[in-house]
Design a protein around this ligand. Structure first.
Ligand SMILES: [Zn+2]
Length: 266
């Protein structure tokens, strides 16, 4: 199986990358020091000591459905559609697009020139995130106007609550804090477990430094509680994790070694 795909029971995952950001790690994680990064995560720093959060999406084949989770930033070098072609994921065959939350780097390819990029798909988002981002204070954001509200007008957006069964093997799981209605996905198939992390964590460093909040958490205290609870659970149950902002392909497990929780890529 190529490195960009993984299996959880009968469920197939295909890692997709739209692009990546760049920033000083201590600007992203205010509680961290550059010494900690140099000492513990030199592999995550480039020559200028920047980190590069990936804009990752995921295609999932489950129970006869083709599902895309998150649609990237669609910046000047956005390559999600090229990646899909290269990896054999047909955009017109996508049945469902699940949006983990409504930040700009997760909804960028919802529409192309005003038409759905995935013409035969319904789009799914949590009601809590939709209500937050379409409140009067937020609805004027460019990405909400351009990539979210039209889905509602086209009547192809479904708002879901709590734990919603996307398929028999795939269930949404509320992980609030990063945004009010942020969701992850639990995969359960053939006795195996998987988890689509989305923005519960933004860097492998948070496996150990789980308290580190990125500056863009909407509610840092709740995000931190959620992160601890989720990473503890994933360490315990050994789920195969897909982490959209981690280095490609973003598949791995949270494991404990030498008294420290680490991200072990696969
Ligand atoms: Zn994000």
């Amino acid at each position: 199986m190529p490195g960009y795909s993984a299996k959880v029971g009968n469920v197939e995952l295909v890692s997709l990358t739209d692009g990546e950001g760049a920033g000083p790690p201590t600007a992203v994680f205010a509680a961290s020091t550059i010494e900690q990064w140099r000492e513990d995560y030199p592999e995550l720093l480039d020559a200028n000591e920047m980190i590069h959060p990936r804009y990752g999406s995921l295609a999932i084949r489950s129970a006869g459905k083709l599902i895309v989770v998150d649609t990237g930033l669609n910046g000047p070098d956005g390559k999600l559609l090229d990646e899909m072609k290269e990896k054999g994921v047909d955009s017109s065959a996508v049945d469902l697009v699940v949006l983990s939350h409504l930040h700009p780097d997760h909804v960028g390819w919802n529409l192309t020139d005003g038409s759905p990029t995935f013409p035969n798909a319904r789009y799914i988002v949590s009601r809590a995130d939709y209500e937050f981002w379409t409140s009067p204070a937020m609805a004027e954001s460019d990405h909400v106007k351009g990539q979210v509200l039209p889905l509602k007008d086209l009547n192809i957006l479904d708002l879901v609550d709590g734990e919603y069964n996307v398929t028999d093997e795939l269930t949404t799981f509320p992980t609030p804090g990063h945004t009010p209605g942020h969701i992850s996905l639990v995969i359960s198939s053939g006795g195996e477990k998987g988890f689509v992390l989305a923005d519960v964590a933004h860097s492998p460093a948070q496996a150990h430094y789980t308290d580190w909040n990125p500056g863009f958490d909407n509610d840092p205290d709740t995000a931190q509680k959620t992160r601890h609870a989720v990473l503890d659970r994933l360490e315990e149950d050994g789920s195969l994790v897909s982490a959209g902002h981690f280095p490609a392909p973003g598949f791995g497990r949270f494991v404990r070694t030498g008294g420290r929780r680490v991200w072990q890529g696969v």
